[in-house]
Ligand binder design. Sequence first.
Ligand code: GLV
Ligand code: GLV
Length: 347
Amino acid sequence: RRFKVVVCRNLGPDVMSILEARPELDLVVWPQDSACERSWLMENISGATGVIVMLTDKVNAELLDKAGPSLKVVSTMSVGYEHIDLKEAAQRGLKVGYTPDVLTDAVADLSVMLALMAGRNGGTGVDLVQRGQWGTFSWAPFGLCGPQLSTTAASPTRKIGFLGFGRIAQATLARLVPFGITHCLYSSNPSSLPNHARDAALAKQHKLQAVSKVDIDELSRESDVLFVLAPGGGETYHIVNETLLRKMKRTSILVNASRGTLVDSDALAKALREGWIWGAGLDVVEGEPNVTIDHPLVKEPRCVIVPHIASATLETRLEMATRAAQNLIGAILGWEMPSQVNLSHVS
Ligand code: GLV
Ligand code: GLV
C-alpha cells in the first residue's frame, strides 16, 4: 500500500532523503524555491494521505475538502499553527504535527538580538556605515546613544516583561540574566492559573528579585523591554495596541518574535514617531511578506525589522524539517508522532 504525500517546500537533501527512503510514500514536491502556489496545492492535494506545509500555507476547509477522506495528517514545519484550522482538522479526525522545542533556543537568541539592535541603534548604525556616512557622524559623545540593556551602578534595576510566558519566553529570560536584570514580569493567557511555585523557583535559579505574573496594564507600565512571545490567532489579535503602547516607558523597547497579528502596526508606528517608546525590534509584521519601503514601520528609524528569521539557523531549520518529516511518517505508518498538536479541546 502506498500513500500520496504532498510536500509544500523542498526541505533540503538530508530531510528529503528521509522521506524518499520510505517505500510506502509517493511524494509530490513543490518544484520551486518560492512559496508554494495555492493553485498547485489545491490541484495536488486531492487523494493525499499527508501534507507537509509551511506557515505560509493556509490549511482551511476548502483545502481539506479538496484533499478528501484519504487525508490523515497535516504536518507543519513551524511551532505556530494558527494557519491551520484546527476545528476543521479535528472534525475530520486528522492528526496535526508541529515543531516545538527544537526552535526554542534559536528564537530566544534572535529575541535578544532584536532587543539589543533596537535599543542600541543597530539598524541605523549599520545603515550609516553602508551608505558611507560614518564620517558625518564621527564619534559624537551622545551620538546614536540608546538605553542600556544591562544594569549600571547608576541604574541598577531592569524589568523585563513578557507577553506570553512559554518555552521561548523562559529561554529568553535565561539569556538576559547575565545582563544583570532584576525583575521578570509576565502576562499570559488569563485562563491559566498563576504558577507561584514555578515563578519562585525561576527567581531563585536566576537570582532575580521577582518573577511575577501581572496584568497587561502593569506589564506595559513597568517593562524596560517587553517581549511579545505568545501564539497568534484571534485571542491575541492586536493585543499590543495604542492603549498599551501609551502606557509604556519612553525609554522602553518592544520586541515581537511571535506573529505580526499581535501588534497593531499603525499604533506602533505612531508610538515610535511620537516617542511613547524608544524603539522596536520585529521579526514579524502583520501582512508579511508584503512589507514594502513605504510601510509605516519600515519608515521608522527606531524600528529594526528582520524578515521572520527567528528560527533561521542551519542547525534549527534542519531539526524542524526533520521533525516535520518524522511527524508525517509517524502519523501515516502508525508510529509515534514526536510532536502532535493536542486537538482534544478543539470542537
Ligand atoms: C515560526 O514562526 C514558527 O512558527 O515556527
Ligand atoms: C570607545 O571606543 C572608547 O575607547 O571609549
